[in-house]
Design a protein around this ligand. Structure first.
Ligand code: UT7
Length: 333
């Protein structure tokens, strides 16, 4: 069976207008702009406003419309929605179904949420690639959209300084035989032995949110930052090195490296391990903080829009997140 080759047909992103600076946070918890910038590189983050439909599906609809338009398609050309989301609109129906309605898609295409935390969009890219390759789907909308602001405890300085809200989207389809754009290879992983180092322990079926959870103020995410930090650097660098090696490439062949935008120090440490020149790394964590699985597609769109990333460029994505999940993708844009 001849397989199709998958390409990114169009990109889009959306970040809410409302900005929360480090100084804003320092008014309510014991932290400072200096500490946050020094330890994370983050200066500010965007916060979604539900009254303006800036929940996960609402942000995703704005990003997806741009991606669909940039792909030269109409919403009803989409035949599958893959929605990477850690903080969904509702437990069910899935957020992909809310999105289908907001996009005005009436063709009743499949709509699926993916939860692999911050790595979810890279997981989705691998899944979408396989579906396009086999020809079962023609135009897949893959979004990563997160509203971490709804699940962090704004009184917990360990986590509240890190996260922001936003959305990134791409449309995937088959590339023409003459087209150099192609998803080349990817690696996915997860180390469940460290699953409790980044967790939203309450609110699922084993521990629903009841009055006792609220009384103990346990309804928020919790994190052991150092365990996550060390694993992030190690796994992202090793996945990238493995991908390059098995495709007989080196960092010299990469035009742009887009790592998950969690923390500038994690990005720099990973880049150093890979011996990646600074000027090849796409970074926007200072403006948006960690938008979880939205961070890579949103950074991709930003760099396409401002002309840094061009058609034919070779890109390397790397992500990690709760699970602890991890993944990397190598492609020609
Ligand atoms: O998508 C994945 C999401 N998660 C991550 O990416 C998290 C990865 N981890 C990290 O980014 C870093 O571990 C943090 C930014 C969370 C923390 O940086 P760190 O350099 O690992 O700091 P630390 O945890 O070792 O804390 C150093 C000090 C501690 O005080 P003492 O014990 O030295 O007195 C903390 O209590 O900094 C204190 N601290 C803060 N101080 C001011 C922790 N958070 C803050 C804060 N402001 N926000």
């Amino acid at each position: 069976m001849d397989l199709n080759r998958t390409k990114i047909l169009g990109t889009g992103k959306y970040h809410p207008a409302q900005i929360k600076t480090n100084l804003d946070i320092a008014k309510t918890v014991d932290t400072s702009d200096e500490w946050i910038v020094q330890r994370t590189g983050i200066k500010e983050r965007r916060i979604g406003d539900i009254s303006k439909d800036e929940g996960p599906s609402g942000m995703a609809a704005r990003a997806a419309k741009i991606a669909i338009e940039n792909a030269g398609l109409e919403p009803n050309d989409i035949d599958l929605i893959l929605f990477s989301v850690t903080f969904p609109d509702t437990m069910f129906p899935n957020t992909a179904s809310w999105l289908q309605e907001k996009l005005g898609i009436t063709n009743k295409c499949g709509a699926l949420d993916i939860n692999a935390a911050c790595t979810g969009w890279v997981y989705g890219l691998t899944m979408a690639n396989a579906l396009i390759q086999t020809g079962t789907h023609k135009h897949i909308l893959l979004v990563g959209t997160e509203m971490g602001s709804a699940f962090v405890n704004w009184e917990d300085r360990n986590t509240c300084v890190l996260f922001g809200d936003g959305s990134g989207a791409v449309v995937l389809g088959a590339s023409e035989s003459t087209d150099s754009s192609v998803i080349i290879d990817s690696i996915l992983g997860s180390d469940s032995s460290k699953k409790e180092s980044l967790i939203l322990p309450k609110g699922g079926a084993v521990a629903p949110i009841r009055q006792d959870v609220l009384d103990k103020n346990e309804q928020w995410m919790s994190m052991d930052g150092q365990i996550v930090f060390k694993n992030a650097v190690k796994t992202m660098a090793s996945h990238c090195a493995k991908l390059l090696k098995r495709n007989k490439m080196t960092m010299d062949d990469i035009d742009w490296f887009i790592p998950h935008q969690a923390n500038l120090r994690i990005i720099e440490a990973t880049g150093n391990l890979l011996k990646c020149p600074e000027e090849k790394v796409i970074i926007n964590v200072e403006k948006y903080a960690n938008t979880s699985s939205a961070s890579i597609p949103a950074a991709l769109h930003e760099a396409v829009e401002d002309g840094r990333i061009k058609r034919g460029d070779t890109l390397l994505f790397a992500a990690f997140g709760a699970g602890l999940t991890s993944g990397a993708t190598l492609l020609k844009f």
